[in-house]
Design a protein around this ligand. Structure first.
Ligand code: NAD
Length: 285
């Protein structure tokens, strides 16, 4: 069991809203912070709609939806996070912005045993840890998108993270949130992206060099390996800009050609073809 009851989530975008929903549905008191009132309203709507859909689909009852909403509060002032037992940061993937947030959290969160976690996909956790005066209480808790649906969470202790922080985070993820935790060292890509990204880049290189059509590459993996989605469709779903960002952080770390983004992928991002979210990528939407 865990002693974590009050959670703060910084950022209410795609991931922050999902993480806040998961925590509130699990019975935790959740406060969500955004930069501006406008961003907060967009985030609140995203979260409320997602809970509404979960109720419509019968995943939760209407009473559970209402009780979950009652456990959620919203703010634009991180100062209100002082009583939080755990804060999960899920703002844009920008090292400077995240570092500043960890410095602020270090000042405002008063509980001496509070855990400060990040949902970062590629920034070394140790850099965020040493920005605080409690590097033993900083850890990566990496959810998958959409957080309310995906069962996996990667736990990434930094070199400085203490055993107690790891144990309490593991108990929270498994016992309270009902997710499956796997542990990875603080290395670019952790487990899942370190395996997935080179595979997606290989598929893009295969398409770029004309070895097979996009449909044949996707059908190959869907019908030959029973993957629910081929690599080019999956790339469009993740977002090509996101793939470039993760590939670059892995290339930066290991200098392996395997992780270098192929020119076609870079040009598509330059052209604004990021995949589903912009209406075109390897396919049109
Ligand atoms: N999208 C994914 O599939 C995915 C999966 C796992 C992890 N992640 C990681 O999760 C994090 C968030 O990604 P996302 O896809 O939700 O991004 P997003 O752009 O949808 O949301 C980011 C949110 O952070 C807010 N924000 C920015 N600065 C802030 C600040 N100073 N204080 C409070 N809020 C602030 C923005 O207003 C925005 O709403 C990133 O670190 C990303 O690498 C993303």
């Amino acid at each position: 069991m865990t002693d974590i009851e009050r959670v703060g989530v910084v950022g209410c975008g795609q991931m922050g809203a999902g993480i806040a929903e998961v925590c509130a549905r699990s019975g935790l008191d959740v406060m969500v912070a955004e930069t501006t009132g406008e961003a907060l309203e967009i985030g609140r709507t995203r979260l409320t709609n997602s809970l509404g859909k979960a109720a419509e689909r019968g995943k939760i009852t209407e009473e559970q939806r209402d009780a979950t909403l009652d456990r959620l509060s919203f703010t634009t002032d991180l100062g209100e996070f002082s009583d939080r037992d755990l804060v999960i940061e899920a703002v844009v993937e920008n090292e400077q912005i995240k570092t500043e947030i960890f410095q602020v959290l270090d000042q405002v969160v008063t509980r001496p045993d509070a855990i400060l976690a990040s949902n970062t996909s590629s920034i070394p956790l140790v850099k965020l840890a040493v920005a605080t005066s409690r590097p033993d209480q900083v850890i990566g808790i990496h959810f998958f998108n959409p957080a309310p649906v995906q069962a996996l969470v990667e736990l990434i202790p930094a070199l400085t993270t203490g055993d107690e922080t790891i144990k309490r985070s593991e108990a929270l993820v498994g016992d309270i949130l009902g997710k499956h935790a796997i542990r990875a060292q603080d290395r670019a890509g952790f487990v899942v992206n370190a395996l997935l990204i080179p595979y997606l880049l290989s598929a893009i290189r295969m398409f770029e060099s004309g070895i097979a059509s996009r449909e044949d590459i996707d059908n190959g993996m869907e019908l030959g390996c029973a993957h629910p989605m081929g690599p080019l469709k999956l790339s469009d779903l993740i977002g090509l800009d996101t793939i470039v960002a993760i590939a670059e952080s892995m290339y930066e770390e290991y200098k392996e050609p395997l992780y270098a983004a192929p020119p076609l992928l870079l040009r598509m991002v330059d052209a604004g073809r990021m995949g589903r979210k912009t209406g075109s990528g390897f396919y049109s939407y």
